[in-house]
Ligand binder design. Structure first.
Ligand code: G3H
Ligand code: 13P
Ligand code: ZN
Ligand code: NA
Length: 310
């Protein structure tokens, strides 16, 4: 069934694991993720960005997710990723989502609270849960560009007031991750501010925290992309050991998009390089979908710890 994240987060918090939140924008991605989650009995969050909504259209994505739910008996939440304003959140609440993120992190503390509060009032009146964000991530999204120097870690002393005054159901924090495939300088040791996560967890006992920018950028995918005609030098992600650690702490939702893109692109490049006369999309999208499925299975089983929790 389509569910909110309330129950999944409660169990994840208590069980010391995290739910995978995977970005979707077409049928093969949705199928690959859902097949892995169904086989591993993992609760699942499928999330849609503004860019994905523009690319595929709202109705296609909600219908595809509806099909994924009908095809399995998994608890699945459909979530808006990085809602930039009230209107897109309202459109997703009205249009069948069970969860929305309002990302007011680029505004002042007071403006972020006011905007987030407004979304919470509307969403809660319609049975939809809300994720807010405090602190800004470095990196690139469709509509948000933040320079590394401008990335601001979440200030733990602000989280209680933010959560109380907005009424949000979960909170994304910035502890050093970033969006995309280039998260750390090559040659440097990736570091996350676990001290901030710990302090946030101490101040908000039992409250679910969200980690964005959590792709690990598996080097085997990068190598495959580069081997078969791609050019992604220095692509680096968050070490999986750090994600395991975060999942054992207050983090209940781990966002993954770049790893899906990499798995898919590596598989497509490899297939086309090895079968230059193929031109039926099913020929290269079949291995692409399988690559997504196996990557997601690995996350569920070996990183997030949510296998068997559905
Ligand atoms: O948070 C960013 C996600 O990876 C979505 O990216 O805005 O390019 O769809 P997008
Ligand atoms: P990645 O780019 O690390 O996959 O992050 C995705 C994300 O945070 C979506 O909101
Ligand atoms: Zn994000
Ligand atoms: Na957790």
């Amino acid at each position: 069934p389509l569910v909110t994240t309330t129950e999944m987060f409660k169990k994840a918090y208590e069980g010391g694991y995290a739910i995978g939140a995977f970005n979707v924008n077409n049928m093969e991605i949705i199928q690959g993720i859902t097949e892995a989650a169904a086989e591993e009995r993992a609760p699942l969050i499928l999330q849609v960005s503004a860019g994905a909504r523009k690319y595929a259209k709202h109705i296609y994505l909600t219908k595809l997710v509806e099909a994924a739910i009908a095809d399995t008996d998994l608890p699945i939440a459909l979530h808006l990723d990085h809602g930039a304003d009230f209107d897109i959140c309202k459109a997703c609440v009205d249009g069948g989502f069970s969860s929305v993120m309002i990302d007011g992190s680029k505004y002042s503390f007071e403006e972020n609270i006011a905007l987030t509060r407004k979304v919470v009032e509307y969403a809660h009146a319609h049975g939809v849960v809300v994720e807010g964000e405090l602190g800004t991530l470095a990196g690139i999204e469709d509509d948000v560009h933040v320079k590394a120097d401008d990335a601001l870690f979440t200030r733990p002393e602000e989280v209680e007031e933010f959560v109380t005054r907005t009424g949000v159901d979960s909170l994304a924090i910035a502890i050093g991750t970033s969006h995309g495939a280039y998260k750390f300088k090559p040659g440097t040791k990736p570091q996350l501010r676990f001290d901030i996560l710990e302090e946030v967890g101490r101040r908000l006992p039992g409250f679910p925290i969200v980690l964005h920018g959590a792709s690990s950028v598996p080097q085997e995918f990068v190598a495959e992309v580069n081997k078969y005609g791609g050019n992604m030098p220095g692509a680096i992600g968050v070490p999986e050991e750090m994600l395991r650690q975060a999942a054992q702490m207050a983090v209940c939702k781990i966002n993954i998009d770049s790893d899906l893109r990499l798995a898919m692109t590596a598989a497509v490049r490899k297939h086309l390089a090895e079968h230059p006369s193929d031109f039926d999309p099913r020929q290269y999208l079949t291995p692409a979908r399988t690559a997504i499925k196996e990557m997601v299975r690995h996350k569920i089983v070996d990183v997030l710890g949510c296998a068997g929790k559905a």
